[in-house]
Design a protein around this ligand. Structure first.
Ligand code: F3S
Length: 327
């Protein structure tokens, strides 16, 4: 049985460049050493499914990262409740998890059919949809119906953004997306129709008024290789003028190293911050405002760090980082 670890509070190798002090680093290393001695792979990522821990349809898990739980249940058709750290650790040590909730058929059936009468273009739009649906139906399980073009844009990166956002704003651990997710369910009786105005208003609520941005963070959940490829192309031959952190799992950075992407990104002045993210790293008080493509990061940047936030597409975030666009 494979057990992998959630992000740490710092890049294990380059924490000094991110401004993390030695005292914090020593405690983080002690925690990571303890997990490693228990046989848990210190992948330090919220996207284990992108780097080796990819469950199959119907497999039972005990995961604790809410975005990964929602992705595993919804996109992969695996089965996990939202575990806390201690119960996930207990499952890792024993190979057992209680059989209730999302492990059972009855606990997975959608409760509200949600029809969206608006188009979704990029990952930030899917995140805004997750925030809107989460705000409207809370932890109840949605069956989402999108227009054909939007459903066609529901690739892995859009789906990880949607899963993270639904889990954050609604506390839900599963959604079904008609025509995309692998399980088939009966349509629920309750129906909610959301229009373009409601989506636009939800998206506007994710922005802080008059936010002044000096920090750009991408990779919540951690970047996929394809997202990294897009960023490499956007930054090629240019220099960022804002502090820019790109969060990804270390195993993917190894691939990026081999492709020459890491060197290209660092030449642009962007920082590759593995093992961690701007939510779990101790950054409170260091920045005035954040631009991100993640609705989940927008929520926690405000709630945890008191940071004003702008939610923009990945491409717009890179343009802000380069000084080619204004907030
Ligand atoms: Fe991952 Fe940190 Fe976001 S753990 S889901 S990048 S808040």
């Amino acid at each position: 049985m494979l057990a992998t670890l959630n992000p740490a509070g710092m890049d294990i190798e380059r924490y000094r460049e991110l401004g993390i002090d030695e005292g914090f680093a020593a405690k983080q290393r002690a925690v990571l050493d303890a997990f490693t001695r228990m046989g848990i792979a210190p992948t330090c990522t919220c996207t284990p499914y992108l780097c080796g821990n990819l469950p199959r349809l119907g497999e039972h898990l005990a995961w604790s990262e809410s975005s990964a739980v929602c992705f595993a249940n919804s996109v992969l058709g695996a089965r996990s409740n939202r575990e806390g750290g201690p119960s996930a650790l207990a499952a890792a040590l024993t190979g057992r998890t209680p059989e209730y909730g999302l492990h059972l058929e009855a606990g997975r059936c959608p409760e509200v059919a949600v029809e969206l009468e608006a188009e979704l273009d990029d990952e930030s739009d899917f995140g805004a949809l997750g925030a809107l649906v989460g705000e409207r139906i809370g932890p109840r399980r949605p069956l989402l119906r999108l227009r054909d073009a939007s459903a066609g844009r529901a690739g892995i990166d859009a789906l990880k953004s949607l899963a993270a956002s639904l889990a954050t704003y609604g506390g839900t651990a599963i959604f079904a997306l008609e025509g995309v997710t692998p399980e088939r369910f009966a349509a629920p009786a309750e129906r909610l129709v959301l229009g373009a105005d409601e989506l636009a208003a939800a998206r506007a609520r994710l922005d802080s008024p008059a936010a002044s941005v000096d920090f750009v963070s991408l990779g919540c959940p951690h970047l996929s290789l394809d997202e990294l490829r897009r960023i490499v192309a956007l930054l090629a031959g240019k220099r960022v003028v804002l502090e820019t952190w790109l969060h990804l799992a270390r195993p993917l950075k190894t691939v990026a190293d081999g492709l020459g992407w890491s060197a290209a990104l660092e030449a642009s002045g962007a920082r590759l911050a593995c093992d961690t993210c701007m939510v779990v790293a101790p950054i409170r008080g260091r920045f005035r405002g954040l631009a991100t493509s993640s609705a989940k990061a927008a929520y926690y940047a405000r709630a945890k760090h008191g940071l004003p936030v702008l939610l923009r597409s990945l491409e717009e975030c890179v343009r802000l980082a380069l000084g080619e666009a204004r907030p």
